[in-house]
Design a protein around this ligand. Structure first.
Ligand code: PXP
Length: 249
């Protein structure tokens, strides 16, 4: 199976909110979140990812309901494990939820989720979501304790946080790729689907490809940034082309 691409379109909403934050019915103004999702799908994206943050800084509630109704591929909702967002997720019933840590001050998701430190709260949300037909993933650093804890709370997937890999260069990047490899190997043994994301670009992907068992990459910033110059469809196609180098077993 080819490596799947989930296109994160949060930053299309970032651009919209830069102008229209205070106007109600933000889904009617440009750039359209739905159009972005449909363009990504037309270019071959396998799923559409959005993060509904507590502060609604980019994606807002209506976006999530609109995407749920209109997209033709799969919807992946990133969320912090709070009662408010969980209630929305249970109503939206996305295909996937990716549980992420969330801190108001951060510019983007900074570290992986501490699954081991909040097992009970996560297990209860995972059970509620999976009962509603949503498959749940834990966004974690490549730490073996967190991989084990993800299996123990009932998640069916992990998403390995590739932020450190993306930010480092040379030997440090290679060392992080090896940590990602070990985490991916353990996850597979435990029956978890392995996804990865954060900071990935067409340039750093080749060095990630020593990590086995990857099923889906979630990529946002670099695709949206590239789309300013070549358009969203072309940017998604470019990423899919770079992903073809992933060695399929
Ligand atoms: N995966 C998760 C869980 C994320 O929080 C993010 C950032 O929103 C991404 C993937 C995408 O990261 P980037 O925008 O750097 O490609």
């Amino acid at each position: 199976m080819p490596l799947h691409l989930g296109v994160n379109i949060d930053h299309v909403a970032t651009l919209r909110q830069a102008r229209y934050r205070t106007m109600p019915g933000a889904h009617n103004v440009e750039p359209s979140i739905l159009q972005a999702a449909l363009e990504a799908e037309a270019a071959g994206a396998h799923s559409i990812t959005v993060h509904l943050r507590a502060d609604r800084r980019h994606i807002v509630d209506e976006d999530v309901f609109l995407l749920r109704r209109e997209i033709g591929t799969l919807l992946n909702l990133e969320m912090g494990n709070t009662r408010e967002i969980l209630d929305i997720a249970l109503r939206v019933k996305p295909d996937f939820v990716c549980m992420v840590p969330e801190n108001r001050e951060e510019v983007t998701t900074e570290g992986g989720l501490d699954v081991a430190g909040q097992r009970a709260a996560l297990a209860s949300s995972v059970a509620a979501l999976e009962a509603g037909g949503t498959r749940v993933s834990m966004f974690i650093d490549p730490d073996l304790e967190q991989v084990r804890a993800s299996a123990e709370v009932g998640a069916s997937m992990i998403e390995l946080h590739t932020g450190t890999f993306a930010n480092e260069l040379g030997e440090k990047r290679t060392a992080e790729a090896l940590r990602l490899k070990a985490a991916a190997e353990l996850a597979r043994q435990l029956g978890l689907q392995v996804n990865a994301g954060h900071g990935l670009t067409t340039k750093n992907l080749p060095e990630l490809f020593i990590v086995p068992n990857l099923v889906e990459l979630n990529i946002g910033h670099s695709i949206v940034a590239r789309s300013v110059f070549i358009g969203l469809r072309a940017a998604v196609r470019e990423m899919l082309e770079a992903m073809q180098a992933y060695p399929n077993p």
